[in-house]
Design a protein around this ligand. Structure first.
Ligand SMILES: NC(=O)c1ccc[n+]([C@@H]2O[C@H](COP(=O)([O-])OP(=O)(O)OC[C@H]3O[C@@H](n4cnc5c(N)ncnc54)[C@H](O)[C@@H]3O)[C@@H](O)[C@H]2O)c1
Length: 262
């Protein structure tokens, strides 16, 4: 039987986060949105202050118990803030709210990596992410950004690879699996949200995207598609998925990696 649950959803003001919040609310759940603006908790998840305020306000608004956390907020721009929010912001959300999850009878957590995790990455930035060294990661991201948008794109792809790796590394540990909290990620292909709106606005952009990210099954997807998967991953029904990075990408992963699984 499904019961009403309390969720924290970051990135709740737009795209996949907004679609997830709406789906959860339509099913009768309580959702505490987090975003830069236009939602319940308005903070900047690239800053220590913003992260601390998010945890304090989520604690207050939830009464100290949260059933699920969906860390969705992200940027794709070739700028250092992308490293800050996509990796350190997502982890600060998941780790910061873990004590509230621990109070739930059926706690769940999920975040959003990307098909971009399969794209070329920057080794130095990946190392800084894995070491948890935010100042070093931001400094390296600035160096990449300074080399122009093509190189700067690696801030995004590297942040998503690092996040996927963090999920795989962290999910089976005592703090998560050992505490009965499934932690997983999704890796969307091209999703039609404000993040991709400019890219898909022109015939040329769509053609380029289709060459870079072929999606033989139904092409680019609406925000509700990954949202449905996030909602299931953070539902009571998900009792045994642990550290999975699930590609919801119209086949891009299968096309790119072929038969190899690992
Ligand atoms: N759209 C795609 O094709 C696609 C593909 C793969 C992964 N993703 C990932 O899905 C997630 C959601 O993206 P979307 O497509 O819905 O984009 P979106 O731009 O519609 O929504 C992202 C939201 O995150 C918020 N955000 C950004 N920086 C923030 C910060 N510092 N603090 C707080 N909130 C912040 C934005 O304000 C925005 O509301 C992102 O992590 C993105 O990288 C998107």
């Amino acid at each position: 039987m499904t019961t009403q649950r309390t969720y924290v959803v970051t990135g709740a003001a737009s795209g996949i986060g907004k679609a997830s919040k709406e789906l959860l609310e339509a099913a009768g759940n309580t959702v505490i949105g987090v975003d830069l603006r236009d939602t319940d908790i308005n903070v900047d998840l690239t800053t220590a202050d913003g992260r601390a305020t998010m945890v304090a306000q989520a604690t207050e608004l939830s009464g100290g118990r949260v059933d699920a956390v969906l860390a969705i907020a992200g940027l794709s721009a070739p700028i250092p803030a992308t490293a800050g929010v996509n990796y350190f912001g997502a982890i600060a959300t998941l780790e910061g709210l873990r004590p509230l999850l621990a109070k739930s009878d059926a706690p769940r957590a999920a975040t959003v990596a990307s098909m971009a995790s399969l794209h070329p990455h920057d080794d130095a930035l990946l190392e800084a992410f894995i070491a948890g060294d935010e100042p070093k990661a931001i400094a390296r991201a600035q160096e990449l950004a300074d080399l122009g948008p093509e190189v700067g794109y690696m801030i995004y792809s590297t942040s998503k690879q690092a996040l996927a790796r963090w999920v795989r590394r962290t999910a089976p540990t005592a703090e998560w699996a050992g505490a009965g909290i499934p932690l997983n990620a999704i890796a969307p292909g091209v999703i039609l949200t404000p993040m991709t709106a400019e890219l898909v606005a022109t015939e040329e952009g769509r053609k380029q995207l289709n060459e870079q990210v072929p999606m033989p099954l139904n092409g680019p997807a609406a925000a509700i598609v990954p949202a449905e998967l996030l909602v299931w991953l953070t539902s009571e029904q998900n009792s045994h998925l642990c550290g999975q990075v699930i590609f919801v990408d119209g086949g891009y992963d299968a096309v790119t990696r072929g038969e190899s699984t690992w």
